[in-house]
Design a protein around this ligand. Structure first.
Ligand code: PEP
Ligand code: MG
Length: 895
């Protein structure tokens, strides 16, 4: 940005007091929080006035060696003056002081990841002014000490334990057990001690100038954009660093001004189940952070929720009926306005309601489905919008098991059902340990007193989470729901001993490494591994999938080679098999001996004899799959891996084969050595086997065609086979193999009197094949992009070894994502599009699909839609995800 442009830029936007300079559509510039505060103020809702410093300032700050644009100070001063005028208070004034909160607010919400400072503007004079103004000394000095604590932690980077120790010692000396036992005078003493401690730690006085405090807090928020927590969160949620955060400076309102004040968070519908009815918690006489921090256990918002939870404390509906009624009106207005479920923060200051935040609420997959379907049925959104509302990746949560309600369970304790689903694993008490044990393949349940943003990596690595403290909106609950991890929060009866790595409950002790089951749908924590059941795919799920199916163009198939996988995939809506890897059938225990006999014979006759033994088994496999798939097309790939993969590996294997074939062990080992390759991935595999050992593919083709005839005779249904030749690099390879396969089809037709329905095509998994697709399409009736190998060969990156350093590449920003998980549009994608174009230029009717792992990845599915592919194929459990992603890709392409 040039200096002239910088000088003209508007860096600060005001809101509240009847109008706003921003609005909801400006979230890129104002961040989610700032844009929605502006919008709410525009709607005439009670929003404490304030101003937003834009995300562009954040970017300019980092681009310019952590310096602000020159014109920022003047713009902040002007906005501050406007704020003072609106609230009729003055910043730093000893008799009528304005206090502000300073909070971050990125474009995408990043709960708890960045920093917040409340009660800013307090010093010895203004605290006295606040005491006079509020008529409540205790409140004023409690606010002041909170400010010193928060500012010291967030802005000055002092250890919060210093302040906690002072408070604890004071309470001990005075025989107090709760913070609420402290009087105004006590807090004054604490404030003095806090300031002295801060000065000792800092080597200078705690800043008393409100303007210095303000700029310190603004700097801390911008700096927090790059802290470790925020970096991890961004990486996990694919949030680009370039988005930056905004800073919101807003007049303080106080939920801690006595019994007629409160603070709370709420959702306009249940974020776990999607049920209609408000859902939330509040705390009387408390400040905002107390609810989320899980320090005090909050009370229910509604009577209905209180009854369901069996909570003895009064609900807000009961305790503050007028504020609750006003809040309900606001909720309805916001939901209608945003046409989505809202997540709201509010404060009641001496009976007056103030809205502090609204945003589209995070929700579980189950809730996302129900809310989307309900809102479409309520006429609030269209069916197509409902399809767009559910994150396909989130569906994963619904496709996994829950606890069998009829199976016995050994319940240790119950807490809050904070994030649904069931998970089982070993108890681990530390986030780092959870991460490291999970990386060694162990399934872990993270058990904590409460979680904080520092635990995020351990929560991600864990199968499930249990906390002793915290409500339904505690950090643990919110983060677990976002990640789709089952979570039980507030299991208050467990007593955790971090040092001993144990917890006790009802006289029982659970040690580190003991197996636990967490049921986040009921809130139960069980000892041992409880029985799970498969999910139901009816109700809202079926309705939304039906709408998705109406919207999509691409078909969705599955990669399956076993009858069980094929059945699951059909239940999940697969419209065919896109890849049946026949080598998996070769590995079965009852046939490996015959396979080894085939490989080890050095004559064609020997191989044919062995293959004759395999033929009936392979035919049975295909017949079983055709029976399940009916008329849905089945792409069956002929043998792909290098033969040496089937050779005996252990001494025991060698002895078995020696016994079965009568060949001496030494000869077997010599043959194995003979077949071994330095670079098997680029070696004698795929169609190269078919070329050099014609009898293998001929046997497989025969097994396919004969199975088709058998099933047709048996059921009257004509199976559709798509015979696929792997790893083709040249048109000649395909021409030769196609002729052989077609020859077998004719022979089978002649022998049986039935003509099998089949196509012959190839995989495109080598760059040369993609480039020469025009030639290859002369013989190919379909292409299936094998993007696992195509990624490997395009990058020259080994599929089996790249994992060792891909993490470093992603960390360094060289790769945005693992290219084996999400298709590299620029390179591999280019080859896919070239092949599609050149192939179709030769053969109009060429069918195009994808069967690499990318076929189940939503971002890659969008690419497939844009590239005009006919279908995607993925593993059975990803079929619903692919159906939804394909619909969204189509709808996005149309709009
Ligand atoms: C591919 O390479 O993308 C593919 C589907 O084949 P395989 O993973 O079996 O090599
Ligand atoms: Mg491959």
């Amino acid at each position: 940005m040039s200096a002239d442009v910088m000088a003209e830029m508007k860096w600060v936007y005001t809101f509240g007091g009847g109008d706003s300079e921003g609005e909801a559509g400006m979230r890129e510039l104002l961040g989610g929080k700032g844009a929605n505060l502006a919008e709410m103020a525009k709607l005439g809702l009670p929003v404490p006035p304030g101003f937003t410093i834009t995300t562009e300032v954040c970017n300019a700050f980092y681009a310019n060696n952590r310096n602000y644009p020159e014109t920022l100070t003047a713009q902040v001063e002007a906005a501050l003056a406007a704020l003072e005028a609106k609230v009729e208070k003055s910043f730093g004034d000893a008799t009528n002081p304005l206090l502000v909160s300073v909070r971050s607010g990125a474009r995408a919400s990043m709960p708890g990841m960045m920093d917040t400072v409340l009660n800013l503007g307090l010093n010895d004079e203004t605290a006295e002014g606040l005491a006079q103004l509020s008529g409540d000394r205790r409140f004023a000095y409690d606010s002041y000490r909170r400010f010193i604590q928060m500012y010291s932690d967030v802005v000055l980077g002092l250890d919060h334990a210093v302040f906690e120790d002072i408070l604890e010692t004071f309470k001990d000396e005075n025989d107090y057990s709760l913070d609420t036992d402290l009087t105004a005078e006590d807090w004054e003493v604490i404030v003095k001690e806090f300031k002295e401690a801060a000065a000792r730690e800092l080597g200078r006085d705690f800043p008393s100038d409100p303007r210095e405090q303000l700029w310190g807090a603004i700097g801390a928020v911008f700096s927090s954009w790059m802290n470790d927590r925020a970096n991890t969160y961004r990486r996990l949620h694919d949030i680009p660093e370039s988005w930056g955060t905004a800073v919101n400076v807003q007049a303080m309102v106080f939920g801690n001004m006595g019994e007629t004040s409160a603070t709370g968070v709420a959702f306009t519908r249940d974020p776990s189940t999607g049920d209609t009815g408000y859902y939330g918690e509040f705390l009387v006489n408390a400040q905002g952070e107390d609810v989320v921090a899980g320090i005090r256990t909050p009370q229910c918002l509604t009577e209905d929720m209180r009854e369901r939870m069996g909570d003895p404390a009064p609900s807000m509906e009961q305790a503050m009926p007028e504020s609750f009624a006003e809040l309900s009106r606001v909720f309805d207005q916001l939901e209608r306005h945003y046409r989505d479920m809202q997540d709201i923060e509010f404060t009641v200051e001496r009976g007056r309601l103030w809205m502090l935040q609204t945003r589209n609420g995070k929700r579980t997959a189950k809730a996302a489905l129900k809310i989307a379907v309900d809102m479409a049925e309520e006429g609030l959104i269209t069916e197509e919008e409902a399809v767009m509302r559910v994150d396909p990746a989130q569906l994963d949560q619904l496709l996994h098991p829950t606890l069998d309600p009829d199976a016995p369970r050994d319940v240790l304790t119950s807490g809050l059902p904070a994030s649904p689903g069931a998970a089982c694993g070993i108890a681990v008490f530390d986030a780092d340990e959870a991460e490291s044990r999970a990386s060694h393949g162990e399934k872990v349940i993270l058990v904590r007193v409460e979680t904080s943003p520092e635990d995020i990596h351990g929560m991600h690595a864990a199968e499930g989470i249990v906390t002793a403290r915290g409500g339904m909106t505690s950090h643990a609950a919110v983060v677990a729901r976002g990640m789709g991890r089952p979570c039980v929060s507030g299991a208050g009866s467990i007593k955790i001993d971090y040092a001993a790595k144990t917890f006790t409950v009802a006289g029982r002790t659970v040690k580190d490494g003991d197996i636990l089951t967490v049921d986040g749908s009921t809130g139960q924590v069980l000892l041992g591994a409880a029985k799970m059941i498969q999910p139901e795919l009816t109700g809202d799920f079926a309705t939304l999938m039906g709408w998705a199916d109406k919207s999509r163009r691409m078909k969705v198939r599955t990669n399956a080679e076993t009858p069980a996988d094929a059945k699951t995939a059909v239940e999940f809506g697969a419209e065919g098999i896109g890849l049946c890897r026949t080598e998996h059938m070769f590995f079965e225990a009852d046939r490996i001996a015959a396979v080894r006999e085939m490989i080890l014979s050095d004559s064609q006759d020997g191989r044919v004899t062995a293959l004759d033994k395999i033929l009936p088994m392979q035919r049975d496999d295909f017949a079983e799959i055709f029976r399940i798939m009916g008329e849905r097309p089945c792409t069956i790939r002929l043998l792909d891996p290098p033969l040496h993969e089937f050779l005996p590996h252990t001494a025991e294997d060698v002895a078995d084969v020696a016994a079965a074939t009568g060949l001496p062990a030494a000869e077997l080992l010599a043959r194995a050595a003979d077949l071994s390759e330095s670079n098997p991935m680029l070696g004698h595999r795929g169609c190269r086997l078919g070329i050099t050992y014609p009898e293998i593919y001929e046997m497989q083709a025969r097994a396919i065609f004969e199975a088709q005839v058998i099933v047709e005779k048996e059921t009257g249904v004509r199976p559709v086979a798509e015979v696929m030749i792997p790893l083709v690099a040249t048109a000649a390879e395909l021409a030769i193999l196609k002729a052989r396969v077609a020859g077998v089809a004719s022979a089978v037709a002649e022998e049986t009197g039935k003509t099998p329905v089949y196509l012959i095509g190839t995989m495109i998994e080598l760059p040369r094949a993609a480039l020469r697709a025009g030639d290859i399409a002369k013989d190919a009736e379909f292409f299936s992009f094998g993007t696992n190998d195509l990624t490997q060969t395009t990058y020259g990156l080994s599929r089996d070894d790249a994992g060792k350093f891909l993490g470093d590449y992603i960390e360094a920003g060289i790769f945005e994502k693992d290219p084996f998980v999400s298709l590299d549009r620029d390179g591999v994608g280019d080859l896919v599009q070239i092949a599609a174009e050149r192939g179709r230029a030769t053969r109009d009717s060429l069918k195009l699909g994808i069967c690499g792992e990318h076929g189940g990845d939503p971002a890659s599915i969008h690419f497939c839609e844009e590239s005009g592919l006919d279908y995607v194929s993925c593993s059975p459990y990803r079929v619903p995800i692919a159906r939804l992603a394909a619909a969204q890709a189509r709808l996005a392409a149309k709009s």
